[in-house]
Design a protein around this ligand. Structure first.
Ligand code: BGC
Length: 717
């Protein structure tokens, strides 16, 4: 259809029909067994279930067969309007790959793109047209449950990951939605759905950067977030929704609310009535209301009484129709739903292999005192609540099925082609106190050469609505680890988590720590390959690992203060007082951003710059020799950081500006190059101009954000 035809469709609609184009409910609400009148959580509006059949889009997708039958039923009711099913396909559809936070640790955008394509292919054949992904909220606070959905604490890297995901979804044939706009990641104290207070500079420089970067790949939709920003709910923020997103950034796609967020304008204490919620949201530039029905209940009347212009309504409806048109739904409302193809592509061997590779590249080896990789001949005991647990696919796992995932035990036994002694030891539950399983686990451990304990956080203790005030491994498991340690055998911890957990209490008792996040369907196989050296770890963490909950939020790209400590130590130990820090805690994280070990070792040397001075508009090239000095082949991610030493607005101590993931055979050496441009030195200067300031800069290169080589250069006029 061309734009003229689409506009004609809009003008032929009644006001009620227009409001329904802008209303989205979950598919289960169509079920005859649900209440006849459907509302949101706040009950501020309501529409008849029968009317729900006429909405312009539908949330969630049951499966290809039901999708087809719903489309048929609509036609039976005389509704010709095609509609997309929209679902959260976050890290896989049926073949689940590791959670986005783990994917980001691969530092491999090609792999991220391939995984997103796989997810999109499985999903589109099964009736899904749009995914609510990527989520590019900045994750600086490990207490916040939703850090698992994003790409960590670095704004540049979050944008790169978001872009790769969008390319992958598009290659797989579905549209996508960047979320949650904006600033949701800054929820105070990491408490879910909580208030955010972010200065304009902080927003632009850090929180908004990844959303903006995503625009380059032309996502079809944006989702507004739940949070208050500087005292105003996002849906009341014309400055964010209209002035910034639409006018300044030129985004012309569909903006959808988060679930129930339009009605929540009332709960926030911002709008007194459902009618006012509808008015505020439409005036702020929101197109589709998800999960409540104040648009359907009040928009027609708001237009009739002249409070809201019909033009504004038409503009929103037209965007929805343009999306359907882009998806090819006017030609074929059933689009790519293809049951036969679905059955071929779903959980295919190649898909599983891809997902397994993602586990191998996204897991992070945090510690290794020479015990890993394991020898196949070693007599191990496999213990811990996650050793034979299928619930490791992660939260937001699309249509992934728990029972289809591979446990660590299954992976190890299939690799070794024999059974291994196993005991669970204890449960993963947060408030569990039952220690009765310890003894049997200790018994099999006593007979083994070494212990592999699979511990950590259950997949449903991270994700939406799963923030934690104490980010340590649950107490029962800490006790269990202590008991294992007392056996005085080499102890390997395989740690599961949707966030960087606080590991400092147990770290010293482990001889090796492999952090596997929530690894998805192929978890057990990927982990077994890593444990036995069939794959060499290369993941680099994209969130700093706090030593304790009290350190949150903690991130590498922070500022110094006027009173930096001379040594990083709790002041009660060092005696260094009146300095930035804590009496009882270090300032540094346990493991810094970008950190991750390998089974081989890399050496950086001969760090050079093509010139020590860079003129505006020109470039200089840095390079460093990178050598694999160990005995195994492996990947290293060389990371380039810059620090602007003195500026009109103080700059972070380090900022990631580039990276390169390189494969080096044992003994091999390569020179790695990095081009510095004026563009990458820009920031919002005092006065708000986005520009680079002349002066001295530090350039760092290394295998993590802490252990780097350093040199200096100058930007001159
Ligand atoms: C979440 C969104 C999600 C939506 C639809 C909300 O609760 O915050 O991320 O896309 O539900 O499932």
């Amino acid at each position: 259809m061309n734009i003229k035809e689409l506009k004609k469709l809009v003008s032929d609609m009644s006001l009620e029909e227009k409001a329904l184009q802008l209303t989205q409910y979950p598919v289960y609400e169509l079920d005859e067994k649900t209440e006849a009148v459907v509302t949101g959580l706040c009950d501020l509006g309501g529409i008849d279930r029968e009317v729900l059949w006429r909405t312009g889009t539908i949330l969630n997708a049951p499966n290809g067969e039901t999708a087809q039958s719903i489309r048929k039923t609509r036609r039976g009711k005389g509704i010709a309007d095609p509609f997309p099913f929209m679902l959260d396909v976050i890290h896989g559809y049926r073949t689940i790959y590791p959670v986005p936070l783990a994917m980001a640790c691969t530092f491999n955008t090609a792999l991220i793109e391939d995984c997103a394509e796989l997810a999109a292919t499985e999903a589109s054949c099964d009736g899904v047209d749009v995914t609510f992904s990527p989520m590019v909220d900045l994750g600086r606070d490990a207490r916040w449950g939703r850090v698992m959905e994003g790409a960590g604490e670095d704004p540049y890297w979050s944008g790169e990951v978001g872009k790769a995901m969008i390319r992958g979804y598009h290659r797989g044939g579905i549209a996508c939605c960047v979320k949650h706009f904006a600033g949701y990641g800054a929820a105070e104290a990491g408490r879910e759905y909580n208030t955010t207070d972010i200065s304009e500079r902080n927003l632009r420089e850090y929180y908004l950067r990844a959303y903006r970067a995503c625009l380059k790949e032309q996502p079809e939709m944006f989702m507004s977030s739940f949070n208050l920003l500087n005292g105003k709910p996002i849906l009341g923020h014309k400055e964010i929704m209209l002035d910034l997103l639409r006018k300044e950034w030129g985004f012309n796609g569909v903006v959808i609310s988060d679930f129930g967020a339009v009605e929540e304008l009332y709960e926030h204490g911002y709008c007194e009535t459902g009618r006012d919620c509808a008015r505020v949201a439409i005036e702020s530039g929101l197109d589709i209301e998800m999960g409540s029905s104040v648009y359907a209940s009040y928009l027609p009347e708001l237009v009739r009484t002249g409070v809201v212009s019909e033009e504004r309504l038409d503009e929103a409806v037209l965007r929805v129709l343009e999306l359907k048109n882009k998806l090819g739904m006017y030609e074929n409302p059933d689009r790519f739903t293809d049951i036969q193809k679905r059955d071929e592509v779903t959980l295919s061997e190649s898909g599983r292999a891809l997902s397994r590779r993602a586990v191998e590249e996204g897991s992070v080896l945090l510690k290794n005192d020479g015990v890993l990789p394991l020898k196949e001949s070693a007599k191990i005991a496999l213990v811990g609540p996650f050793a034979d647990e299928h619930e490791i696919i992660g939260n937001w796992a699309g249509k992934g099925r728990i029972e289809e995932s591979v446990t660590v035990k299954e992976g190890v036994e299939s690799l070794l082609q024999k059974n291994v002694p196993y005991e669970r030891g204890c449960s993963w539950k947060l408030f569990e106190t039952d220690e009765s399983g310890f003894e049997e686990a200790e018994h099999i451990c006593a007979q083994a050469d070494m212990i592999v304990a699979c511990v950590g956080e259950h997949m449903m203790n991270s994700g939406e609505a799963h923030s934690r005030a104490d980010i340590r491994i649950p107490e029962i498991q800490r006790k269990f680890i202590m008991r294992l340690h007392e056996l005085e055998k080499p102890l390997v911890l395989v740690v599961f988590g949707g966030r960087p957990l606080g590991l400092s209490e147990i770290e010293e008792f482990a001889d090796a720590i492999l952090y596997v996040w929530q690894p998805g369907t192929e978890g057990g196989n990927g982990i077994a390959n890593l444990l036995y050296g069939k794959a060499t770890p290369c993941g680099k963490t994209v969130m700093s690992f706090p030593r304790s909950s009290g350190q949150c939020p903690i991130y590498y790209n922070c500022f110094t203060t006027g009173r930096p400590k001379k040594q990083d130590m709790p002041s009660a130990l060092s005696g260094e007082e009146w300095r930035t820090g804590y009496d009882d805690e270090y300032n540094s994280p346990l493991y810094p951003f970008g950190y991750g070990l390998s089974y081989t070792e890399f050496e950086y040397s001969d760090f050079k710059l093509s010139a020590a001075k860079m003129k505006r508009g020109e470039k200089i090239v840095a390079s460093v020799k990178l050598k694999n000095v160990g005995k195994r082949d492996g990947y290293e991610t060389a990371q380039w950081y810059i620090h602007d030493l003195f500026a009109s607005i103080v700059r972070p101590v380090k900022e990631l500006k580039g990276y390169e993931k390189i494969f080096l055979k044992a003994g091999e050496e390569k020179r790695v190059y990095f081009e510095i441009t004026e563009e990458m030195l820009k920031f919002y200067t005092d006065g708000g101009k986005y520009a680079a300031e002349t002066g001295a800069f530090e350039l760092y290169v290394g295998g993590n954000s802490r252990d780097c080589l350093k040199t200096n250069f100058e930007l001159v006029d």
